[in-house]
Design a protein around this ligand. Sequence first.
Ligand code: HEC
Length: 425
Amino acid sequence: MLQVLSALLWSVASTAPDAHGANPPRVLVYTVSAGYEHEVVRRAAPDELSIVERALVDLGSRSGAFQAVVSREAAAFEAASLAQFQAVLFYTTGELPLSAAQRAGLFEFVRSGGGFVGVHSATDTFYTVPEYGAMIGATFDGHPWHERVSIAVEDPTHIATQHLGERFDFVDEIYQFKAPYSRAGVHVLLSLAPDGLDVAREPVHRQDRDFALAWTRPFGDGRVFYSALGHRPEVWKDARFLTHLAGGIRWALGDEPQVKLSPEDDARRSFALAESGNPRAGFGVFKRESGPMCGRCHVVNGTGTEVGPDLSSVALRLTQSELLTAILAPSAAITHGYGAVTLDMKDGTQIFGRVTNESETALTLIDTTGTARSIAREAVLARLASKISAMPDGLAATLTNEEFRDLFAYVRTLKAPPPTAVEPK
Ligand code: HEC
């Protein structure tokens, strides 16, 4: 172990200073296999890094965004050790040899603002520790495919996926997940595009055919990034995967592109982050039939209209700063599946809104006031996906800083446990 660490320190010390100066954030890379040991984490000799360890050390030093420090020692999870890191990365399997106190130390580290990055079999880990599943957001449920698949990029604005286009082909072992996985509780970045794949074969369990492959979520004040990719050795040489992983690590370390807001909205944002508001008063603002009228377009706990996503669990899947961006600059990060369209009509007019239903002859479209109407297909000349959200910008303009702070305090309480009704067998 000492030899490994000194080899590592040498490689880090030999790289040029970077954007973070001499002290980039430190990421603890832990690759212990208590279950199946993947080829990519196997060390040829005790003092030689595995493929994963080598790749992460190189990725950190090349990008200058972080310093990867490898360890396979349980002692790395003692509080005094964890205090020297800004994030922890797991490529692990099984019931890891960490004591209850060391596990609690890890959860506390993340809850209090640390980053956690899970790669591939990090979901095939700690089945007997429910809090671990609650943190990472899913449990491994087999790998029905190992072939070339098509992967859909659900969030093309995220730093972990913005280089991947709308879709890409990839050869790897592909996981499926069971509870606690729920789309309500994670912000999905990548998912399997089922076309051309046998989604009915054994051992495909998910009836809802929801095969998310990478996501983010908050955990307390900390940030969790998970990617299911990374089984095959050649994946660790694939620039698309490495950029995806580096972006996920940066996000877990708190690096998130800040959207430019008006000075007024910027003041609302700072005020809402600095002061703890009153969620009850905020619920009043949310439901009010004047001003931003959030309740007109969103369902919460079963009531409201679904122009936008159901917000009952939104604070489980978005961090505080992501929630603020979603509210203050909706067009900067449009939720997958809730994009708006512009219809060019044959009579020369244009209609803007979100399509909520389609039949062979008509579409139902909800406009930005939350009003639904049915439109005959034959009256439509062209249909264009819009870069503008159906949730209007500038919604908070009519609110005082105090009202906005309270509204945000309310939105942050929206953590209804995700439904497990669709849990696969
Ligand atoms: C005119 C309808 C409309 C109104 C009014 C509206 N929203 Fe939205 N909202 C949407 C749509 C559509 C989306 C999805 C597209 C997007 O992400 O911009 C959305 C997305 C969101 C999201 C992101 C959800 C996710 O799962 O990613 C949040 C949070 C949100 N809205 C909160 C609010 C709040 C708070 C208000 C009141 C200030 C509000 N909305 C008012 C239509 C609306």
